[in-house]
Design a protein around this ligand. Structure first.
Ligand SMILES: *Cc1c(COP(=O)(O)O)cnc(C)c1O
Length: 393
């Protein structure tokens, strides 16, 4: 079984580039160049230096002693929460802005829902001195005021998307319109392993630094490069893709992808894409997505804004279909309890997205000798008001 993208941009039957004709030149320019550029020694050097000195990599692989005792297994946490800006997203935005520069682009656009990808993009634009426009639904701008302020502080223009439901999907449409109108000087940074080929593969490769480090760190701590389990939460799927990447071909390493069940898989308020989704096309890629019987995209729901996405990247659809990864859906309440537990047991307040991954510890039985790596995708500072409301702190 092959889990890498093929020449046409597919993972099994998923992926591809289903794009409007007018976007073709931009995507084709990227497709023809991304592997060449990322293989250049000068690119590798600049990427690695920024990951080390700016992001703070390698992030620790921390043996969670108290959590391990509690669940009677060996639990390691990959500390992406310690990355600059508080999550793994910066690994990808650094990679893509270096590509944009080498393609001669001077202007960056992106769309954002909760604002996390917007902040990661605004950050690298400030770092490189490039003009940056972030599209964001008008509703999301109101809901995510602190992230809007961060983007402005970083010198970015936040443009409201005022059509449709005024959320992520509409912001994406606006960003695509912008790119069609500015093909020469503009580069579109996508924030997860979604979108038309080559984005899912490119983003997975940038995030793959996570599993590359896990292997080296486990070798040092456990004298093996291979854990028994890798667990990660899935919104679009980028932190999971990065944590899984170098283990995909080792079937002894079991992969667990955790989706948001929201108020319950059957409640009508959920983001459990792989369970509820059917094959369709979203953001230029053929993948599993939540849709009504007549093919309208269903508005997803999760207490964590970062998992609140109606689709999942094509790699993950393939991992689901081939059963290479096990997909588990976790409710809001389960995730919040896990966020509480990790905070009290390890002194780490996780992002609510990440908290979903920890709930797997209550769902599955692990052996005492198992090495279980949980990708701690981000820190919980941004979620404090949600924690405060939920636990009445
Ligand atoms: C954005 C985000 C996610 C979900 O995005 P993926 O592309 O699925 O990784 C998960 N955790 C955190 C902390 C995030 O900010």
């Amino acid at each position: 079984m092959n889990y890498q993208v093929d020449e046409k941009g597919f993972y099994g039957e998923f992926g591809g580039a289903f794009i409007p004709e007018m976007l073709y030149p931009n995507i084709e320019e990227l497709r023809l160049n991304y592997l060449k550029i990322t293989a250049e020694p000068s690119f590798k050097k600049e990427f690695m230096e920024l990951l080390v000195d700016y992001v703070g990599r390698p992030t620790p692989l921390y043996f969670a002693k108290r959590l391990s005792e509690k669940y009677n297994t060996k639990i390691y946490l990959k500390r992406e929460d310690l990355c600059h800006t508080g999550a793994h997203k910066i690994n990808n935005t650094i990679g893509q802005i270096l590509i944009a520069k080498r393609l001669g682009k001077t202007r960056i656009i992106a769309e954002t829902g909760a604002g996390q990808h917007g902040v990661a993009t605004a950050t690298v634009c400030a770092l490189m001195g490039l003009e940056c426009v972030i599209y964001m639904g008008e509703v999301d701008i109101k809901r995510q005021a602190p992230n809007v302020a961060r983007m402005k502080m970083l010198g970015t223009e936040v443009r409201p998307a005022t059509s449709g439901s005024k959320t992520l999907n509409d912001a994406t449409n606006e960003a695509i319109r912008d790119w069609i109108n500015n093909p020469e000087n503009t580069y579109y940074i996508i924030g997860s392993v979604v979108g038309p080929h080559p984005y899912p593969d490119m983003v997975a490769r940038f995030q793959a630094v996570i599993s590359e480090e896990i292997k080296a760190q486990l070798e040092e701590k456990e004298r093996t490069e291979f854990p028994n389990y890798v667990i990660a939460c899935v919104g679009g799927g980028s932190n999971a893709a990065g944590a899984f990447y170098h283990f995909l071909d080792d079937e002894n390493v079991k992969l667990i992808a955790v989706e948001a069940a929201g108020k319950g898989v059957d409640s009508g308020e959920s983001a459990a894409t792989s369970i509820l989704g059917k094959i369709g096309i979203i953001h230029g890629s053929k993948t599993l997505l939540m849709q009504s019987n007549d093919g309208q995209i269903t508005e997803p729901y999760s207490i964590s804004a970062g998992l609140d996405y109606p689709g999942v990247g094509p790699l993950h659809s393939h991992l689901h279909q081939t059963k290479r990864a096990e997909f588990i859906a976790i409710t809001d309440d389960e995730a919040m309890q896990s966020g509480w537990e990790v905070s009290q047991t390890e002194g780490i307040i996780p992002a609510i997205e990440t908290a979903h991954a920890f709930s797997v510890l209550d769902k599955k039985q692990f052996k005492p000798s198992d090495i279980v790596v949980i990708n701690l995708s981000g820190r919980g500072d941004k979620d404090l008001t949600t924690y405060i409301d939920y636990f009445k702190l």
